[in-house]
Write a protein that binds this ligand. Structure first.
Ligand SMILES: [Zn+2]
Length: 109
């Protein structure tokens, strides 16, 4: 059996093979499905379904992304999903930077 491809970022030019592994900040996501999808504007695209385990309770959950996804993806099951709460200190630091840059206050105006 070929070794599964391990990737770090969701940024594909073509659909990755089912079974590809995404490692993101220590969390593991396995690609379980890739489906064609028509966007609202009529453009065809691919939606990738990833399976992972909740950082809080370990339950399996699935997330859907496009071929290109910037920023963070869900690390918890729907029960523990908590937008704005990061699992790692690194993630928290990044989030604060993001809020400082993109927060409601208009900076530098
Ligand atoms: Zn959970």
């Amino acid at each position: 059996m070929p070794k599964p491809v391990v990737i770090q970022t969701i940024d594909f030019n073509k659909t990755p093979a089912i079974g590809a592994l995404l490692m993101k900040e220590g969390q593991r996501y396995e690609l379980v499905a890739a489906n064609g999808h028509i966007r609202k504007d009529g453009t065809p695209t691919i939606l990738l379904t990833w399976r992972s385990h909740c950082a809080d309770c370990g339950s399996a959950f699935e997330i859907v992304t496009g071929l290109h996804t910037k920023g963070s993806i869900n690390r918890r099951c729907p029960l523990h999903t908590s937008p704005g709460r990061s699992v790692t200190a690194k993630g928290r630091a990044r989030q604060q930077t993001f809020m400082a840059r993109h927060g409601r206050r208009q900076v530098g105006r």
